[in-house]
Design a protein around this ligand. Structure first.
Ligand code: SF4
Ligand code: SF4
Length: 57
């Protein structure tokens, strides 16, 4: 399993990217934050720090 960022909710603040322990979160070609499912540890840190609860596990 891996977390997925709801692009409709995401504000693009970058907090999750900064806090992910394995740097699984990057910005795609559309400027949207995305999670690499192959790197994600399912730890939930991104969901915990997101102001709008965009990362869903
Ligand atoms: S669940 Fe954890 S490992 Fe996966 S993207 Fe979020 S912070 Fe990174
Ligand atoms: S913390 Fe939430 S709002 Fe900010 S970039 Fe990550 S998913 Fe988007």
């Amino acid at each position: 399993m891996a977390y997925v960022i709801d692009k409709e909710l995401c504000l693009g603040c970058g907090t999750c990217e900064a806090e992910c322990p394995v740097s699984a979160i990057t910005v795609d070609e559309d400027g949207k934050y995305i999670i690499d499912p192959d790197q994600c540890l399912d730890c939930g840190t991104c969901a915990g720090v997101c102001p709008v609860d965009a990362p869903k596990g």
